[in-house]
Design a protein around this ligand. Structure first.
Ligand code: AMP
Ligand code: GLY
Length: 431
């Protein structure tokens, strides 16, 4: 088989790494890819949102399956275009990708179908939104409706803070038309967990649990980022909890989308808050998480390709997934200044030292090449990812490995996985 992966981040490198292990696969292309991916796939300089360019490439190369990483490509209708042209592609079409593309849609759907989520109101009028804020207790969470590169959510501690963000989103239009509507919702406390599942619109196959670390600094301090690290499995997600998430969230959302005449195929990512009243949905994403995918795929024993192919061809019923009995941790090395402004083009050293090791993979995220050398080219630069017999061992491995790689101003969190191990009930072997 020939596979095309769309995207250029750590998530896509992890997908390429896993797909390359499949005996079914002869050749992998990635568009646009990155220098890490280029070691296992042929990278083509076509942007992820260039739907027509990607379609023409896939047609010419006789690609058997295209796997889409980023949400922008889904929202641009890549799946619709490929299906119209009778090419197999993994991901939801534009009508279904709205589950991530519009928070107003997702929240309204959850309410209609009784899927547990924070209480909320939606607004398309600035004055009404501000009037509502003047009657609320705090904190409140303000969310721009549309895609905002993960930056459109604000936890507001006071009415003044909420007022400012409403102005920014609805008046100043800092996120463009993504801010035509907003959601104002109840603040939930608890621990966040990402549960992803592959679906063909009927059957769901849940993947291993993972926990992202969104804040830039240790102890969940500082502004939110795309994700500074992840671990899997999450000990908080017991078998009972997993069962309840499948019964009350994953199955109902897939069925709800079908009932709404928006059948959902691809990976559905539930961002959950595990509250004292049980798991509640913070958001749905229409794609693999980054860096959750890195740790999930390091633990996946089964071949990923039959799973993706079955979801794309609507026959997931007979596919099962097996997992390695191990834990995995990914620590993101970021550029100095990230998530704000940062410099690019800084040489990265030490990558060779981590090549060929069984329990370590360095997934490239924001990298490029200059004069034949790998240099930084983004905020999140590398995802150093390890496995171990349990989280403690995976953590020891990851922080040993990360010492070997460096670039000027690199920063990373030193507490990825710590939250799980500090729990009273944490045992040294994975559940
Ligand atoms: P979202 O894109 O909706 O997942 O929001 C991004 C981040 O904002 C989440 O990962 C949480 O850390 C935080 N967040 C979103 N909604 C809430 C909420 N209702 N209560 C508390 N924190 C939230
Ligand atoms: N890790 C968060 C996300 O992929 O949205």
């Amino acid at each position: 088989m020939k596979i095309l992966i769309v995207g250029s981040g750590g998530r896509e490198h992890a997908l390429a790494w896993k797909i390359a292990q499949s005996p079914m696969v002869k050749k992998i292309f990635c568009a646009p890819g990155n220098p890490g991916i280029a070691e296992i796939a042929e990278c083509k300089d076509i942007e992820a949102e260039n739907v027509e360019g990607l379609y023409n490439f896939a047609l010419k190369q006789k690609i058997d399956l295209t796997v889409v990483g980023p949400e922008d490509a889904l929202a641009a209708g890549i799946v619709d275009r490929f299906k119209d042209g009778h090419l197999h592609i993994f991901g939801p079409n534009k009508r279904a990708a709205i589950i991530e593309g519009s928070k107003v849609f997702a929240k309204t759907l959850m309410r209609k179908h009784g899927i547990p989520t924070a209480d909320f109101k939606t607004f398309d009028d600035l004055k009404q939104a501000k009037k509502h804020i003047s009657t609320c207790g705090f904190p409140q969470v303000i969310k721009a409706d549309g895609l905002a590169k993960g930056k459109g959510v604000f936890v507001c501690k006071s009415p003044e803070e909420a007022d400012k963000h409403i102005d920014d989103i609805m008046k100043e239009k800092v996120f463009g038309y993504a801010g035509n509507k907003i959601v104002i919702e109840e603040f939930l406390s608890g621990e966040e967990v990402s549960i992803l599942a592959i679906t063909d619109g009927q059957t769901i196959v849940p993947l291993a649990s993972a926990q992202d670390h969104k804040a830039v600094y240790d102890g969940d301090k500082g502004p939110n980022t795309g994700g500074m690290g992840a671990y899997s499995p999450v000990p908080l997600i017991t078998d009972d909890m997993q069962f309840s998430i499948e019964e009350n969230i994953l199955v109902p959302i897939v069925h709800a989308m079908k009932k709404e005449n928006r059948p959902y195929r691809g990976v559905i990512y539930a961002g959950l808050m595990i509250t004292s009243a049980g798991p509640k949905v913070l958001e749905f994403n229409a794609r693999f998480g980054d860096p959750e995918t890195q740790v999930i795929l390091m633990r996946m024993k089964s071949d990923l390709v039959p799973l993706l192919l079955a979801a794309a061809k609507d026959n997931l019923e007979d596919v099962e997934v097996e997992w390695h009995d191990c834990a995995s941790i990914c620590v993101v090395m970021a550029s100095n200044g990230y998530p704000d402004n940062y410099e690019k083009g800084l040489p990265i050293s030490g990558l060779e030292a981590l090549k060929g090791l069984d329990n370590v993979q360095v997934f490239h995220a924001g990298t490029s090449t200059k004069d034949g050398k790998v240099v930084t080219n983004g905020g999140r630069v590398l995802g150093v990812t390890t496995v171990g017999k349990d989280l403690r061992e995976a953590q020891k491995n990851v922080y040993e490995a990360i010492q070997k790689v460096s670039f000027n101003g690199a920063h990373y969190r030193r507490d990825i996985g710590a939250k799980a191990m500090h729990k009273k009930n944490y045992q040294d072997s994975p559940p």
